[in-house]
Ligand binder design. Structure first.
Ligand code: UT7
Length: 334
């Protein structure tokens, strides 16, 4: 589908990065009362990469971004816009500009986008709007999170799930085609309490009449069963809507690329959509749930090992805190 402006989007490069240090389920069982058997059978996760205190999000993101630029065959100075999807910034004022500085992408404008585990899909749609209107030609879209800094490491219901990492894609303007075939984005703040990383203000009196709220962020809280139910209901729906907009059937999808939260969610969504298991990309055994990074890391691995080929149709969907969820259908490559 080519938009009225006649300018379409192509996804021309991918990259990813993860901290060198990893912790397997056995190691995690020394931190909280859990076991490899419980984690692997309930989630499919076997290990996760964890950033040591000296690692900054901007470094992981820049590493992934540089790899995506290299694959696309362009330099950082060719980038017009950097969108960084993250919920775990180095700086709440914004980390995208720090990634810009790391990369030397000094002709770009850079901003953060927050939509938790849906951030990469929301970012892909956001970036494509700037391209389709003709405003920008080349976008570096990054999904990066260091959730190990925000989980409660004494809460076995959440800390076993998450890992750290970054992924990136280059999106470029094309006059002859549009590879973003359809999308659907949703959110529902009424269900926000299912999954939170919330600021808790505490009253601090400035004068006898005036107080301000000075507190801190509390670690991640999650109602796992609620989020599970939400995901297996809403994700198939949103993919079906995006496919409808793309005028494609499920049979025409080459790869189902879901946010890597839980293997059981991937299996249930694939089953509902009648997508066979060999079309479902999964790497959570190695990384756990890396939030905004999970989709681009899995994409990059599948592109680099030759599973995803130019022209393949990828149905991707993110879901998570907000609550937010969304799907995008795209064709890989020029
Ligand atoms: O990207 C964000 C999206 N988040 C998600 O997608 C998460 C969606 N939810 C899930 O993936 C699953 O709900 C979980 C993997 C989080 C939990 O699986 P579950 O099958 O829903 O387990 P549960 O919460 O019902 O807990 C079952 C039992 C409980 O024990 P009792 O009360 O039955 O005695 C828990 O205390 O498992 C216990 N448990 C654990 N045991 C060992 C919970 N966490 C652990 C653990 N190790 N890490």
């Amino acid at each position: 589908m080519l938009q009225h402006s006649g300018i379409g989007v192509a996804i021309t490069g991918s990259g990813s990065a993860a901290p060198l240090t990893s912790l397997d389920n056995q190691g995690l069982s020394q931190v909280v009362d859990t076991s490899d058997e419980w984690i692997a059978s309930r989630t499919g996760i076997r290990q996760r990469h964890l950033a040591d205190p000296a690692v900054y999000l901007r470094q992981l993101a820049a590493e992934a971004g540089q790899r995506a630029l290299d694959m696309a065959g362009i330099s950082a100075l060719d980038v017009d816009l950097i969108v960084l999807a993250t919920s775990t910034p180095d700086d709440l004022f914004g980390t995208a500009s720090l990634v810009q500085a790391e990369l030397g992408a000094m002709k770009a404008v850079a901003f953060d986008l927050t939509a938790a585990c849906s951030g990469f899909v929301f970012g892909m749609v956001t970036a494509s709007q700037f391209i389709r209107t003709g405003a920008y030609k080349t976008v570096l879209l990054l999904g990066a999170d260091i959730l190990s800094r925000w989980v409660d490491w004494s809460d076995r219901r959440t800390c076993v799930l998450f890992g750290d990492g970054a992924g990136a894609v280059v999106m470029q303007a094309r006059s002859e085609s549009d590879r973003l075939l359809g999308f659907e984005l949703r959110s529902d703040g009424n269900q926000n309490s299912c999954l939170t990383l919330a600021y808790q203000p505490e009253a601090k009196a400035l004068t006898s009449e005036l107080s301000v709220g000075q507190g801190s962020f509390h670690p991640i809280t999650m109602n796992g069963q609620e989020v599970y139910r939400f995901a297996i209901k809403r994700v198939p729906e949103v993919i079906e809507k995006a496919l409808f907009k793309a005028n494609l059937s499920v049979e025409q999808v080459d790869w189902l690329l879901l946010h890597q939260a839980n293997q059981r969610i991937l299996d249930a969504v694939a089953q509902r959509l009648t997508v066979p298991p060999d079309k479902v990309l999964s790497n959570m055994a190695k990384y756990g749930n890396t939030s905004a990074a999970s989709i681009p890391i899995a994409l990059d691995e599948a592109v680099r090992d030759g599973r995803i080929k130019p022209g393949d149709v990828v149905a991707t969907a993110g879901f998570g805190a907000g609550l937010t969820w969304g799907a995008a259908i795209f064709q890989w490559g020029n």
